[in-house]
Design a protein around this ligand. Structure first.
Ligand code: ZN
Length: 292
């Protein structure tokens, strides 16, 4: 089974539904960042909702980015997705492993609540749109629900989860979001409220082998399935990309790196790939800045 997002409509078009399987993306993220379970769950939840938001972008080169800054032990958690289904992200501290008294991973404590969730939507040429809300619980799902309601005026239910096994591997990861259209009928609203009371953790459903479409049909048997979209972990960084980034440094900083003769090493914060630049390359960068 592959990671994917399924988009659907139900209740006479009054509710729009997204369901995602993100087990492979979260597994890749966990391995690249060497995450302990609570950090893996925190990063995985943010990657999952960001991937779902990316599935609504119209063009492949548009991007959406989520940044959690809750001042908890996990530090900043950031994820970004584009309109082509590529998703990547990182967590400042991958070494958090804390468990709540009920046995669940303490994601809310790891992210913290003393801060904000910022969502940036970059549509290419126009100014990026950005919205910020205060964190509610740090559990991610509730924070996004609050963001969608407040910042995008879309009352939403957000269920997102990552099931981590005892060895730290990812057993299942996914998300289910449903959003009411403006002026939805009382019947549609109360039908959704009924569904919320019956919902099971989406990560457990994925772990049982249910597809995103099956998860939607479980709660909305009459849903119209509109689209299936493939999603994947993809960084896209390269030696050239970081060489261009070096050119944004100050001349004096570049000169200092050239003078010490050790070259430069840059690690991609998304995928941990290391790129090494020789002193000669640094000289090239410095020269190219001045059109030589
Ligand atoms: Zn990278």
């Amino acid at each position: 089974m592959k990671d994917e997002i399924v988009i659907a409509e139900a209740l006479d078009g009054q509710v729009r539904i997204h369901a995602a399987r993100t087990t492979d993306i979260v597994s890749e993220a966990r391995e690249l960042h060497h995450c302990l379970p609570t950090s893996a769950a925190a990063l995985g939840r943010v990657l999952t909702v960001t991937a779902i938001m990316g599935s609504d972008l119209k063009n492949a080169d548009e991007k959406t980015t989520s940044i959690f800054n809750g001042h908890g032990p996990a530090g900043t958690v950031l994820a970004t997705a584009d309109g082509a289904g590529n998703v990547k992200g990182f967590i400042a501290n991958p070494n958090v492993y804390s468990v709540r008294t009920d046995g669940h991973l303490a994601v809310g404590d790891a992210i913290g609540t003393d801060g904000t969730l910022t969502v940036i939507r970059d549509m290419g040429l126009k100014e990026p749109f950005s919205g910020t809300v205060n964190l509610q619980t740090g559990e991610v799902g509730e924070d996004y629900a609050y963001y969608f309601t407040l910042s995008e005026q879309k009352p939403s239910v957000v269920s997102v989860g990552v099931l981590v096994d005892q060895n730290g591997g990812i057993r299942g990861a996914g998300g289910l979001i449903f959003q009411m259209i403006p002026y939805a009928s009382e019947e549609a609203i109360s039908a959704c409220e009924q569904i919320v009371t019956k919902m099971r953790p989406v990560s457990a459903l994925i772990d049982e082998g249910k597809t995103p479409e099956e998860i939607i049909k479980l709660y909305f048997p009459d849903a119209d399935i509109l689209e299936h979209k493939e999603i994947r972990w993809y960084c896209g960084c390269s030696h050239d990309h970081f060489k261009e980034a070096l050119a944004t440094l100050k001349d004096s900083d570049l000169q200092e790196m050239i003078d010490d003769g050790k070259g430069a090493e840059i690690t991609c914060q998304y995928c941990s790939t290391k790129y090494v630049f020789t002193s000669e390359e640094l000289e090239e960068v410095l020269k190219s800045k001045h059109g030589a």
